[in-house]
Design a binder for this molecule. Structure first.
Ligand SMILES: Nc1ncnc2c1ncn2[C@@H]1O[C@H](COP(=O)(O)OP(=O)(O)OP(=O)(O)O)[C@@H](O)[C@H]1O
Length: 260
């Protein structure tokens, strides 16, 4: 979403005021009478250098929105841009390259490789792409995430919170334009979850990254700058500078609609 502050913070390599943008984004699964409209003509702008949370009831289209914005899923209608690049219409090969070069992902399951140590896991996507890490940036990410003394540990030797921090460092390592996090605290105890949220916040505030996070947790959403609320495949509300209480109250209104 555009705000004056976000517009000012726009120091973008490719000159686009938004990290991602969609217009008329529609996604249908199946066809005919059994078709499910997961996203219904959504217009959305993800401000650069900001932390955006996406919330809404189960089945409201949160993951679908994230997947379509990240070029992980095709759209049925509408346009999606990453920076100034229109990604709708790109070939699968072009999309793979774009995701690899410009997008970072964090999922609920950390997807770390058990035989590699923390540092090897962090640099794996770049190693696969044949790219050299920017050492200064990598050191800063590792330092910010407090992983300096854990780099030679394998995932089994790390706590859940530490593993998720490694996954966070992996998403940040190539300095992507945009990081998508899908329930990044879903599998963590509350202390580790809080740690990861603080680091995502830090990635935005100290490192200037852009983060989009799907979550069910009002406490997690309270770490963001802006919450987008999805209902039945549409963006039905938004809340700048959210608090956990205000988000919870807003979510209750979805329950009220369902029960009435
Ligand atoms: N591959 C698929 N095939 C058919 N329908 C799908 C598929 N993926 C999602 N859907 C449907 O699209 C709608 C939106 O799903 P989506 O996973 O985006 O919701 P969500 O808000 O992320 O839900 P949750 O909070 O439960 O993860 C749902 O009705 C879902 O059943």
């Amino acid at each position: 979403m555009s705000t004056p502050a976000a517009a000012q913070a726009d120091s973008v390599a490719d000159g686009a005021p938004f990290a991602a943008r969609a217009t008329g984004l529609t996604k249908a699964y199946g066809s005919g009478e059994t078709a499910v409209i997961a996203l219904d003509a959504v217009d959305v702008e993800i401000a650069r250098g900001r932390f955006t949370a996406v919330m809404g009831p189960s089945g409201s289209g949160k993951s679908t929105l994230m997947h379509c914005l990240a070029g992980l899923d095709s759209v049925s209608a509408g346009q999606v841009w990453l920076g100034t690049t229109q990604i709708t219409g790109l070939s699968e090969r072009e999309l793979t390259r774009l995701r690899r070069d410009r997008v970072g992902f964090m999922f609920q399951s950390f997807n770390l490789l058990p035989t590699l140590n923390a540092l090897e896991n962090i640099t794996l996507p770049m190693d696969i792409a044949g790219r050299k890490a920017d050492k200064e940036w990598l050191d800063r990410v590792i330092d910010t995430l407090g992983l300096g003394d854990r780099l030679t540990h394998r995932p089994a030797q790390l706590s859940g919170g530490q593993q998720q921090r490694v996954a966070c460092a992996r998403a940040l390592a190539s300095r992507p334009e945009l990081i998508f996090a899908d329930e990044p605290t879903g599998n963590l105890d509350s202390r580790s979850g809080l740690e990861v949220l603080s680091f995502l916040r830090e990635a935005v505030d100290a490192l200037g990254q852009t983060v989009v996070m799907v979550t069910h947790d009002p406490g997690a959403a309270a770490h963001s700058d802006l919450v987008l609320f999805l209902g039945d495949g549409r963006i039905v509300d938004e809340m700048p500078d959210p608090t956990a209480e205000a988000v919870l109250e807003r979510m209750k209104r979805f329950d009220g609609i369902r029960k009435s």
